[in-house]
Design a protein around this ligand. Structure first.
Ligand SMILES: [Zn+2]
Length: 289
């Protein structure tokens, strides 16, 4: 696989781990940890139920904020596809305002979401779509950072969006306070937090880390105009303990200590750069780029 920057085409320099690379020009970061979706051994590391409960509160709250932003920009509603819809929380929230389809590649997760009666299809984007199926809004919630071939996916987004349609990306930020701290810890030999944020050894590790600036540049180079961007809160108190414990690797005392530290620091952390960014970009030219 080529090791050039998807944003500025520069050669990626070695990063702070053997699997980590970074662009010295635009600060884009890449990991070459391979995805292992549907590999049962990685699935055993995570208790899916705990993971679901732990993440739910903050995710649903952020989804509602994001939907508020999208609805203002697309007040007439229309067709929306949520790529990698997981448990269907965004699908459920968006159904009030849009004609929604969810796509989910993981069989276990897909089955549980379909069992709730939500409009979900199993597979990858865009292969799971019908031949001429197009949308007014394409959403990736915590998904784009997992996809190695981001160029092909952005091409597919452009092709599958109607004229003036919106691409919405919600993803972790390399400018976030937790990510920056994890880099500092990694440099002094404490790898755990950095590896955790990249989701090393989990079913689908991260491949990319962007910040608002290089993400906007990436989209501009592919015939999208960024019309809105912002941040979303990284942490909420409810579900925090479950979230800390869901990989099953930490001891109880460590979990409690991490929980107490974060809970105490939460009001201050909220003033620091968030670890979650979003961009809404409009398709600006027809056809392929
Ligand atoms: Zn670059």
């Amino acid at each position: 696989m080529k090791n050039s920057c998807p944003v500025c085409n520069g050669i990626l320099a070695p990063g702070i781990q053997a699997w980590h690379f970074e662009c010295t020009t635009c600060c884009y970061e890449k990991g070459n940890l391979q995805p292992t979706i549907n590999d049962s051994s990685s699935h055993e590391l995570i208790n899916e139920t705990e993971r679901e409960i732990g993440l739910r509160e903050i995710r649903v709250s952020n989804f509602n904020k994001l939907l508020g932003v999208i609805s203002k920009l697309q007040p007439t509603g229309g067709k929306l596809v949520d790529v990698g819809c997981a448990h269907g929380w965004f699908v459920e929230a968006a159904m009030m305002k849009f004609d929604v389809l969810g796509i989910e590649p993981d069989e276990v997760v897909f089955k549980s979401t379909a069992a709730k009666g939500l409009p979900v299809r199993r597979g990858y984007f865009p292969d799971a779509l019908e031949r001429f199926e197009t949308f007014d809004v394409v959403v990736f919630n915590d998904v784009i950072e997992h996809i190695p071939d981001i160029d092909n996916v952005l091409t597919a987004c452009h092709e599958r969006l109607n004229e003036g349609g919106l691409l919405v990306l919600n993803l972790p930020s390399s400018a976030g306070i937790f990510y920056r701290l994890s880099r500092l810890f990694c440099r002094i030999g404490k790898l755990g937090f950095f590896e955790r944020l990249w989701q090393k050894d989990l079913p689908s590790p991260h491949v990319h880390y962007f910040n608002s600036k290089n993400l906007s540049d990436l989209l501009k180079n592919r015939n999208f105009a960024v019309i809105k961007s912002g941040t979303l809160p990284t942490l909420g108190l409810e579900g925090l303990y479950t979230r800390i414990s869901y990989t099953g690797k930490l001891g109880t005392i460590s979990k409690v200590l991490i929980y107490c530290t974060i809970a105490t620091a939460l009001p201050i952390l909220r003033l620091l750069p968030s670890d979650i960014i979003y961009v809404v970009a409009k398709k600006i030219r027809p056809g392929r780029y």
